[in-house]
Ligand binder design. Structure first.
Ligand code: 0A1
Ligand code: ZN
Length: 881
C-alpha cells in the first residue's frame, strides 16, 4: 500500500534522467506462489550528469535478492533500498546492473505489474506497473531493447509469450520449459508484456503494403475460440486502414492479442503483444450486443494504431499522455466512422463526451489535456485525456484539412520515430507543414474547463444582413481562475426555407457552410445578401468541444430537426427540445401542478418515425430522451426526483401518443435475414428496440407478451437483452412473475459465459424501479459476483452509482454510504478501480445541500479510513477541497 500523504509531481520539474538503459535482459522463473525475476540492464550515465550522480531505480513491493554491477556483488554501503526505490552510488560511467528480485503474482489483486488472472500469468505495466516487477528506471523516456526469457511448468503453461519475436525455446528440468523473446524496437518499460498460460489460438495472416507477411494470433480459452472472428477481421481492417490513411505499416513478423478476464481497463498496446480485457475481444451473435461488437472493433483498432501513435513515437513523460491517447482515439474514431455510419459515430461520441467529460471538466478533478501536475498518474486515464484529447486533434485536423494534416502526421512520425516526445512536438509539426500559427490554439492543451459560446443572431430584412454575435468564456477550474481566450473553430450554416443559404462575409463567398475562427472574447460576423430570415445551424458536426448556447425558440428547434442538413445539429436540436420540455415538466411537478406536454416534441418524433428516408439509427438516437444522469449534471442544483418523474412521465406520454406508429415501426423493422453486425442491421435493430422500450411502458398484457415473444424469438444478444431490459424495467403488474422467470432463464442459459452474466448484472443494476440498493446487495451476494474482478465491479457498483441516479441518490443517503463502503474495501484490493468509483460522490457541491452534505460525509469517511492508496487519496482530497 502506498503512503497516506503522497506528493504532487509537476511538469515544470521535468528533467532528463541521470542514467540511460540501452539494453534490458530479463529472465522470469514462474512458480505457483512466487516469481523470481533476473534483470541485466546495460546502462550509462547521461553525458551532462556529474560523475557522482546517484542511480535511482523504481521498485514497489519487491524482495531484493541480489545486486551486482559488472558481475560483482555491489557493496552494501553503496546502495540503499526503501519501499519505492533502490539507490546506487559510486557507479562507473557505463556498466551492467544485475538484480534478482522476488514477487508474489498470485497475491497481486491490484492487477498492475505481474499478476494472475484465473490460472494465467499476465502483466499490465502502463503507467507505472513495471516497478512492481523489478527495479528499473520506470519512466517513458527511458527506452531500451528488451530480451525476455520466460520459464514455467510446461504442462500448466504451454504458452510463454513476450514482446517481439520468439528467438529460442527449450526444455528444462522438472517438467519446465522456456521461451526467449527479442523485441528489436526500443521501448519504455510501460510497453513490456509477458504471458504464461494454457490458451488456444486463432490465427490469420496479413500481407503489408510492402509485401511482408505477418502472423496474427488471438489467444483465448478453448470455449471462446468461436468468438474471435470479429476481432480478427477488425485487426486486419485496422492494419489496412492505417496503411491507406496514414501510410503506417506494421513492423514485426507477428502480432498477438491475449484475452484476459481480470483487467483494469479495456486493453493495452504492449509492443507486438496486446493484452485485452475479454470484453473487448470476444464477440459472437448469441452472446454479444451490437454495441459490444462495435466496441471490439474500436478497441482492436485503437490498440493496433498505438503501434505508431504511442509505441514507435511515445511520450516523454506522463503529462504528455494525451499525445498518444488523444491522437489514437482520433484515429480509431475515424476508422470506426469509415467502417460504419459517420454521423451515428459522431453523435455517440458527442453524447459520451457531454455526459462524462463535460462533468469531469466542471468538477474538482478538472485538468487540461496536458496536466501541469498529478499525484497518481493512474487517475489521469480520463475522459479528458482521451476524449477531449481526441476533439483537440480533430480540431487540428479540420483546421488543416485532410492533405495538410496527413503531411503533418508524416512529418511527426518520421521526425520522432524511436523517440519519446511532447504534445508541443506534435503541434509544431502541424504548424510547420501548414505555416499556421498555433500559439492561441495551444490553450486547448493548457487550460481545463469546457469553454462556453453564447451566440445570438439578428436578421435585418431591409439590409439583407444576418449578424451573428459570438461571445466566449470559460468557467474557473482548480488552479485556473481566469483564462486567455481559446481559438474555437465554429462551423456554421444558415438554414432557409429551401435549404442552406449562400454565405457572404466581408465581400467574400464562403459557399453554404463555413468555419468561423472565434478567437476573441466577443466577435461579430455580418453575412450579407441574406434573402430571408434564416435559422442558424451552429457547431456543425460538433466542430469544437464547447457548450454552445443560442436562444432558439422551440419552433426554430423544430425547424432545424426537420430541415438542417447536418446530422449532429438535427440530433442536438431534438436534445435541446427534450431538455426544455423535461425541465418545464419537472418545475411543474415541484410546484404540484400538472402541465400539458408540449405537443411539438411528440410531433417532431412522429415526423421522424414517418420519415422513410431517415437513417434508422439516427431516428433511434433522436427518440431517446436525455438520460437522468445527463440531466442531473446539466442543471444547477437539480431536483433529481422531479427530473426523474418528469422524464418518466414524458416517456409514458410519448408511448401513449405514438403507440400505433411505434408498433408499426417495431414490426416493420423485424428482420429474418442472417445476423450481421453491419451498420445497416445495427440501425434497424436499434430502432426496433427503441420502439420496444417505449411500447413496454404500456401496462397492458400485450406489452408483456410482446417482450416475451421477442425474448424467445431472438437469435442474437442485442434483441434478447433489449427484451430482458424491457421486462426488468416494466412496472406493469403483469410483469411481476414473468420478470423473475425471465431473469432466471437468462442466468441459467448463460451462467458459464462471464461476459453474458455481466450484461445480466448490468440490466438489473441500472433498473430505476424502487428498491435499487436492496437489489444491488442481493446481486453482490450472488455467486455471479466477484469483487476482485473489475468487470463485475463495473457491472454492478459503477452502473448503480453512475447510471441509476434515482436509486443512488435516495434521500436517506444509503447509496452514498454504500459507495463509501465499497471504495474502502476496494482501496485495499485494487486502488485503480477504487479510485474511479469515487466520481459520483465528487459531484456533491452541485447537488442540493440535503444530498450534497451526505455525499460529503461519505467522502470524509473514506478520507479518514486507514491505508489510503495514493489513487484514492488524490481523488478524495481533490473532491473535498
Ligand atoms: N494505454 C491503454 C489503456 C490502459 C491504460 C492504463 C492501464 O492500466 C493502468 C491499462 C490500459 C489504452 O489506451 O488502450
Ligand atoms: Zn490508448
Amino acid at each position: 500500500m502506498k503512503q497516506a500523504q503522497p506528493s504532487t509531481i509537476y511538469l515544470k520539474d521535468y528533467r532528463q534522467p541521470d542514467y540511460w538503459i540501452t539494453e534490458t535482459g530479463l529472465r522470469f522463473e514462474l512458480f505457483e506462489e512466487r516469481a523470481v525475476v533476473h534483470s541485466e540492464l546495460q546502462m550509462h550515465r547521461h553525458a551532462d550528469s556529474p560523475a557522482d550522480a546517484e542511480l535511482v531505480l523504481h521498485g514497489v513491493e519487491l524482495k531484493l535478492l541480489s545486486v551486482k554491477v559488472d558481475g560483482q556483488p555491489w557493496p552494501q554501503d553503496k546502495y540503499s533500498v526503501d519501499d519505492k526505490t533502490l539507490t546506487l552510488r559510486d557507479l562507473p560511467e557505463s556498466f551492467v546492473l544485475a538484480c534478482v528480485t522476488e514477487i508474489e503474482p498470485h497475491k497481486n489483486t491490484s492487477l498492475e505489474g505481474l499478476y494472475k488472472s484465473r490460472s494465467m500469468f499476465c502483466t499490465q505495466c502502463e503507467a507505472e506497473g513495471f516497478r512492481k516487477i523489478t527495479y528499473y528506471i520506470d519512466r517513458p523516456d527511458v527506452m531500451s531493447v528488451f530480451t525476455t526469457r520466460v520459464e514455467a511448468d510446461k504442462s500448466q503453461f504451454p504458452l510463454l509469450l513476450s514482446n517481439g519475436n520468439a528467438i529460442e525455446r527449450g526444455e528444462l528440468a522438472d517438467g519446465r520449459h522456456y521461451a526467449t523473446w527479442l523485441d528489436p524496437f526500443k521501448k519504455p518499460a510501460y510497453l513490456f508484456a509477458l504471458v504464461a498460460a494454457d490458451l488456444e489460438v486463432v490465427e490469420d495472416r496479413f500481407t503489408t503494403c510492402s509485401g511482408r507477411d505477418v502472423l496474427l494470433q488471438i489467444f483465448v480459452e478453448a470455449k471462446d475460440l468461436d468468438k474471435c472472428a470479429h476481432a480478427m477481421l477488425s485487426l486486419k481492417n485496422s492494419m489496412r486502414w492505417d496503411e491507406e490513411t496514414y501510410g503506417r505499416e506494421y513492423d514485426l513478423d507477428i502480432f498477438m492479442i491475449v484475452a484476459v478476464d481480470d483487467f483494469n481497463m479495456g486493453a493495452m498496446e504492449n509492443k507486438g503483444l496486446n493484452i485485452f480485457n475479454t470484453s473487448c475481444v470476444l464477440a459472437a451473435q448469441e452472446t454479444t450486443t451490437d454495441a459490444a461488437f462495435q466496441r471490439v472493433e474500436g478497441v482492436v483498432a485503437h490498440e493496433y494504431f498505438h503501434n505508431w501513435s504511442g509505441n514507435r513515437v511515445t511520450c516523454r513523460d506522463w503529462f504528455q499522455l494525451s499525445l498518444k491517447e488523444g491522437f489514437t482515439v482520433y484515429r480509431d474514431s475515424e476508422f470506426s466512422s469509415d467502417m460504419n455510419s459517420r454521423t451515428v459515430k459522431r453523435v455517440e461520441d458527442v453524447q459520451h463526451l457531454r455526459s462524462i467529460q463535460f462533468p469531469e471538466d466542471a468538477g474538482p478533478m478538472a485538468h487540461p489535456i496536458r496536466p501541469a501536475s498529478f499525484i497518481e498518474i493512474s487517475n489521469f486515464y480520463t475522459m479528458t485525456i482521451y476524449e477531449k484529447g481526441n476533439e483537440v486533434v480533430r480540431m487540428i485536423a479540420n483546421l488543416l484539412g485532410k492533405e495538410l494534416f496527413r503531411r503533418g502526421c508524416d512529418l511527426y512520425f518520421e521526425r520522432f520515430d524511436g523517440q519519446a516526445v511532447t504534445t508541443d512536438d506534435f503541434v509544431a509539426c502541424m504548424a510547420e507543414v501548414s505555416g499556421r500559427d498555433f500559439s492561441q490554439f495551444q490553450h486547448w492543451y493548457e487550460q481545463a474547463g469546457t469553454p462556453r459560446l453564447a451566440v445570438a443572431g439578428q436578421y435585418d430584412a431591409e439590409a439583407q444582413t444576418y449578424t451573428l454575435t459570438v461571445e466566449q468564456s470559460c468557467p474557473a477550474t482548480p488552479g485556473q481562475a481566469v483564462k486567455p481566450n481559446f481559438h474555437i473553430p465554429l462551423a456554421m450554416a444558415l438554414v432557409g426555407r429551401r435549404g442552406l443559404l449562400p454565405l457572404e462575409l466581408e465581400g467574400e463567398s464562403h459557399g453554404v457552410e463555413t468555419v468561423l475562427d472565434v478567437t476573441e472574447k466577443q466577435q461579430q460576423f455580418v453575412f450579407s445578401g441574406v434573402s430571408e430570415k434564416p435559422v442558424p445551424s451552429l457547431l456543425r458536426d460538433f466542430s469544437a468541444p464547447v457548450n454552445l448556447s443560442c436562444a432558439y425558440s422551440r419552433d426554430q428547434l423544430l425547424f432545424l430537426i426537420a430541415n438542417d442538413t447536418d446530422g449532429f445539429c438535427r440530433w442536438d436540436a431534438m436534445q435541446q427540445l427534450a431538455v426544455a420540455v423535461i425541465s418545464e415538466q419537472a418545475e411543474a411537478w415541484r410546484a404540484g401542478e400538472s402541465l400539458v406536454v408540449d405537443v411539438r416534441l411528440v410531433q417532431a418524433m412522429r415526423q421522424l418515425l414517418q420519415d422513410e428516408s431517415a437513417d434508422r439509427a439516427m431516428v433511434a438516437l433522436m427518440l431517446a430522451l436525455p438520460s437522468l444522469p445527463y440531466l442531473v449534471d446539466l442543471l444547477d442544483s437539480p431536483d433529481i426526483e422531479a427530473l426523474h418523474h418528469a422524464r418518466a412521465t414524458l416517456r409514458q406520454h410519448i408511448s401513449g401518443e405514438l403507440q400505433a406508429l411505434l408498433l408499426d415501426t417495431y414490426h416493420s423493422n423485424m428482420s429474418d435475414v442472417e445476423y450481421q453486425p453491419s451498420a445497416e442491421q445495427i440501425a434497424q435493430r436499434s430502432l426496433k428496440n427503441a420502439c420496444l422500450a417505449y411500447l413496454s411502458l404500456q401496462s397492458d398484457f400485450s406489452a408483456i407478451e410482446r417482450i416475451q415473444q421477442q425474448y424467445q424469438d431472438a437469435d442474437n444478444m442485442t434483441d434478447k437483452l433489449a427484451a430482458l431490459a424491457a421486462m426488468v424495467n416494466s412496472n406493469s403488474l403483469h410483469a411481476e412473475t414473468a420478470k423473475q422467470a425471465m431473469l432466471d432463464d437468462f442466468y441459467h442459459a448463460w451462467k458459464h459465459e462471464a461476459l453474458v452474466v455481466n450484461q445480466w448484472l448490468q440490466v438489473q443494476s441500472a433498473c430505476a424501479l424502487p428498491g435499487g440498493l436492496e437489489r444491488i446487495k442481493a446481486l453482490m451476494a450472488h455467486e455471479a459476483f466477484d469483487i476482485k474482478n473489475p468487470n463485475k465491479v463495473r457491472s454492478v457498483i459503477s452502473i448503480f452509482c453512475g447510471q441509476n441516479a434515482i436509486n443512488f441518490h435516495d434521500a436517506s443517503g444509503s447509496g452514498y454510504e454504500f459507495l463509501a463502503d465499497q471504495v474502502i474495501e476496494l482501496n485495499a484490493l485494487n486502488p485503480q478501480i477504487a479510485s474511479r468509483m469515487i466520481v459520483p460522490l465528487s459531484k456533491w457541491r452541485r447537488l442540493p445541500a440535503a444530498q450534497g452534505d451526505k455525499m460529503k460525509l461519505a467522502l470524509e469517511r473514506i478520507m479518514t479510513s486507514p491505508n489510503l492508496s495514493s489513487d484514492v487519496f488524490e481523488m478524495v482530497s481533490k473532491a473535498l477541497k
